[in-house]
Design a binder for this molecule. Structure first.
Ligand code: M6R
Length: 366
């Protein structure tokens, strides 16, 4: 059932070219600008008139929500707030009938996410679900939604569910942008074309597996890790750190790269590995400066860069090259080496990667 892989997590990481395709299937046509999302169509007018979109989720799904904040604000120009479901539900939040609340959940059973959604519903907001498990509690509680179609995810550490969530949220942002007239037809067609290239780019990123295993060998015994990224790669930094801590039990923190000098920089010395996601995008130059700052303090840099980058390899101890893609689609590719890095470190440390201690696949109690 593990399809020849040693663990479900590895199988699920390697399934991503297909699962990403499955989450797009039937929803967009190659070369065209016609998007077909039934759940969106049902609430099209609400999305067009929304004054705000609030995303509620936990863990990895919350990271997918952060990517969606960038996507929806960029493409559809609707203000977005991303909330931890557990905080949102207990803080007497301001919610109105013109708000749309999107719950993101792989299992569709997370207690806090379900409760946050029910609270929003009771205040008259339109509620929308992005779930992987068909017929789950959250899917049933929502007015409309979209399934991620990633297939069953068994490993406790979420991998293919995350990329499927990001794919569906990208399509949703495109739908809203198209209907609100904030996304031009040319830009939309470009994105559709590039989305079709994503599965093969993820496939290419998976070929880095052996190289990443070697990096894992070097760092498997360190007590701490720092992950940095900016823009669309900031949530990827958080996700990389979460993956590492939950399965390898190494303490890891993810930060927006620029926040480093407001505290975490004090942690950096010759023993601190710093994973920087530094692909070619609008914040590239800024990230290069952050790498310089880490290097000046002798931090050990592991950089995820765009293929062909010649600047960062001269500064980093290890470089992981991923294929180039549009800035807004980059999380789908840049997260893959981080999933593999945490997987290999955990295996080398003898950890139970599919069922890490103290964790459950669905958190049905608050
Ligand atoms: O099923 P959900 O997406 O609602 O689960 C949310 C979190 O519990 C989940 O993402 C958790 O953080 C994962 N173990 C992360 O890998």
């Amino acid at each position: 059932e593990k399809g020849g892989y040693e663990h479900f997590m590895l199988k699920e990481i390697f399934e991503q070219p297909r699962s990403i395709l499955d989450s797009m299937r039937g929803r967009l046509e190659l070369g065209g600008s016609h998007l077909n999302m039934a759940g969106f169509r049902a609430y099209e007018q609400k999305f067009v008139n929304a004054q705000r979109i609030i995303i509620v989720a936990c863990g990895t799904s919350w990271h997918a929500g952060l990517v969606a904040e960038y996507l929806i604000e960029d493409l559809a120009r609707v203000p977005v707030e991303v909330e931890y479901a557990s905080e949102f539900r207990y803080r007497n939040p301001v919610i109105s009938e013109r708000d749309i609340v999107i719950a993101i959940s792989q299992s569709g059973e997370t207690a806090d996410t379900l409760a946050a959604l029910e609270l929003a519903k009771s205040k008259g907001a339109t509620i929308f679900g992005i779930c992987n498990v068909v017929g789950s509690s959250i899917a049933r509680a929502t007015d409309a939604g979209a399934y991620t179609h990633a297939g069953p995810e068994i490993g406790v550490a979420s991998t293919k569910a995350f990329t499927a969530q990001v794919t569906v949220l990208t399509l949703l942002a495109m739908c809203i942008g198209q209907r609100r007239g904030t996304l031009s037809d040319t830009k939309l067609r470009e994105l559709v074309a590039e989305l079709h290239n994503i599965p093969s780019k993820v496939e290419k990123a998976l070929k880095l597996d052996a190289e990443i295993r070697e990096i894992a060998e070097t760092f498997k015994d360190v007590p701490n890790f720092l992950y940095l990224g900016r823009g669309y790669n900031f949530p990827v930094a958080l996700e990389g750190a979460l993956k590492l801590k939950e399965i390898s039990y190494i303490h890891a923190e993810g930060y927006p790269a620029a926040e480093m000098k407001h505290g975490p920089i004090a942690l950096i010395d010759e023993n601190m590995p710093v994973v920087v996601i530094a692909t070619k995008d609008s914040s590239y130059e800024k990230v290069v400066s952050n790498i310089q700052e880490v290097k000046a303090r002798k931090g050990r840099i592991i950089a995820v860069v765009t293929e062909g980058d010649t600047t960062i390899p001269a500064m980093a101890e290890y470089v992981i090259e991923v294929p180039h893609t549009s800035e807004i689609l980059m999380p789908l590719v840049s997260v893959v080496p981080l999933q593999l890095l945490s997987y290999h470190i955990a295996v080398l440390r003898g950890c139970n990667v599919d069922q890490p201690r103290n964790l459950a696949k669905s958190v049905t109690v608050e």
